[in-house]
Design a protein around this ligand. Structure first.
Ligand code: SF4
Ligand code: SF4
Length: 449
């Protein structure tokens, strides 16, 4: 007997299937999703396609396949969870939800591998993750991460360690060249197209606050500069996305409840998220907590308030800042484009910076191979997909690559680092923040975060 995805009660995919019948049945086996699937296009195996994985889930549901079998676990585990199969599906199969259910069911029969369990355990504990990210920042700032990238051999587990070091080394801020020829605008130029009076609580996130706290600060500053009121939200926690994707739905539900309480108590109008994977998970708390009598209703209200930061900025303009002359390649995070259907928000943010030449990465809609912890737990396939992405980024000849998810930033950043490529990596709001600084919008402002 296993545990269900949504109910958290008894039994496994079998019962969940009954409850999720509408999600699993619509697949008409048309195969439209196959060319969109990065694992299928790389491996050419039907079982590593969305259609094949749905077939395996159905076999488990009908009792023809053991959910603990290697065949089931291998192909479900190999899925990136990128959800590129969803928008191309004419039947509207909600693949992401089914995948989490399948992973959870498999994990009830055979525990996840040691590395996955360790990473999820550390992220789940505020104390352990604070310690882990403190250590990570030491490795980054001391230059050990950079050195490790150069000297560690690419063999065995050292290859994984080398990649991890490259991820850390790539997480340093990127600064565009100071533009001396273009003049800064007068203060207030490009002023707010609308003035919002909305109260915003920002999700700090675990990886985001641990390695990219500068993005959280840039998020607060740019939202404030566009008229939003930023409210500190105490007692918030990790969003639970990594746990849900990894099959630990009980841990994901516990974290979701904490966030619903924390942001509800703060009485915010919107929850601003600057990490695509976190935003997608929080917009789906509705499903995750739908069978929890104490939280189902609150989860619906919570999810309705979740916005990517670029959605909020786009809603009011955003106002333009001072020129920053550079070329930026933009790559869509899967959980922003496919899971949240946010395509134009990040581009509007980048285009609000005068002087920026934005170039969309060829195949920007395809996963970078990072996919949460996939880049670490699946170095071969994740590395292959990541390598194709880095090729596409390099073909843009841009100064930097922008994307709106920390996992993607690290995956692409590590790939660039290991090649000795010169491109920087940043979140779109970082560039807007630099532009606003140069325009003097923050003069006299007191940092809230
Ligand atoms: S596109 Fe949708 S309906 Fe067609 S095979 Fe894929 S999941 Fe099934
Ligand atoms: S989520 Fe991504 S990797 Fe998984 S089946 Fe869908 S397209 Fe393929």
């Amino acid at each position: 007997m296993a545990t269900t995805l949504v109910t958290g009660e008894v039994s496994g995919l079998e019962v969940a299937f009954e409850e999720q019948r509408e999600r699993l049945l619509p697949c008409v086996h048309c195969g439209f999703c196959l060319p969109a699937c990065p694992t299928y296009t790389r491996l050419g195996d039907e079982a590593d396609s969305p259609r094949g994985r749905l077939h395996l889930m159905k076999a488990v549901v009908e009792g023809r396949l053991d959910p603990g079998s290697e065949a089931f676990r291998t192909h479900i585990d190999r899925c990136l969870g990128c959800r590129a199969c969803e928008p191309v599906c004419p039947s509207g199969v909600e693949y992401g939800t089914l995948l989490e259910l399948a992973r959870h069911t498999a994990a009830q029969h055979v525990p996840q591998d040691f590395l996955t369990r360790t990473l999820l355990f550390v992220i789940h504990s505020p104390t352990l993750r604070r310690g882990a990210f403190f250590l990570a920042r030491i490795l980054r700032h001391s230059g050990i991460a950079e050195l490790g990238t150069k000297i560690l051999p690419s063999i065995g587990f050292l290859r994984n360690m080398r990649f991890g070091m490259a991820m850390l080394a790539s997480s340093i801020p990127w600064h565009p060249q100071v533009q001396t020829t273009a003049s800064a605008p007068e203060a207030g130029r490009g002023g707010q197209t609308k003035h919002s009076t909305k109260r915003i609580g920002i999700l700090m996130g675990c990886v985001q606050e641990g390695l990219y706290s500068r993005i959280n600060k840039a998020t607060a500053r740019t939202l404030e500069a566009n008229g939003y009121e930023i409210v500190a939200v105490a007692a918030q926690d990790c969003c639970g996305a990594l746990h849900a994707h990894g099959g630990d739905l009980e841990a994901a539900r516990g974290l979701a409840r904490r966030n619903v309480d924390a942001f509800s108590n703060a009485q915010v109008d919107y929850v601003a998220v600057n990490a695509a994977g976190c935003g997608a998970a929080m917009k789906d708390y509705t499903t995750l907590l739908s069978r929890d009598p104490d939280y189902a209703e609150a989860a619906v209200k919570f999810s309705e308030r979740v916005r990517d930061v670029t959605e909020l900025l786009s809603e009011v303009g955003p106002r333009s800042g001072a020129p920053v002359a550079c070329t930026v390649a933009y790559d869509h995070p899967c959980h922003l484009l496919h899971a949240q259907q946010v395509e134009s928000g990040p581009l509007r943010v980048l285009e609000a910076v005068p002087g920026v030449d934005v170039r969309i990465v060829e195949g920007a809609e395809e996963c970078c191979g990072g996919a949460g912890i996939y880049g670490i737990t699946h170095p071969d396939l994740g590395g292959r997909i990541g390598s194709d992405k880095v090729d596409a980024v390099c073909r843009t000849s841009a100064d930097a690559v922008a994307t709106a998810n920390p996992g993607c930033m690290m995956q692409i950043g590590a790939g660039l680092r290991l090649r000795g490529a010169r491109e920087g990596v940043l979140h779109p709001v970082e560039l807007l923040d630099i532009s606003y600084r140069r325009a003097g919008y923050y003069e006299g402002a007191v940092g809230r975060l």
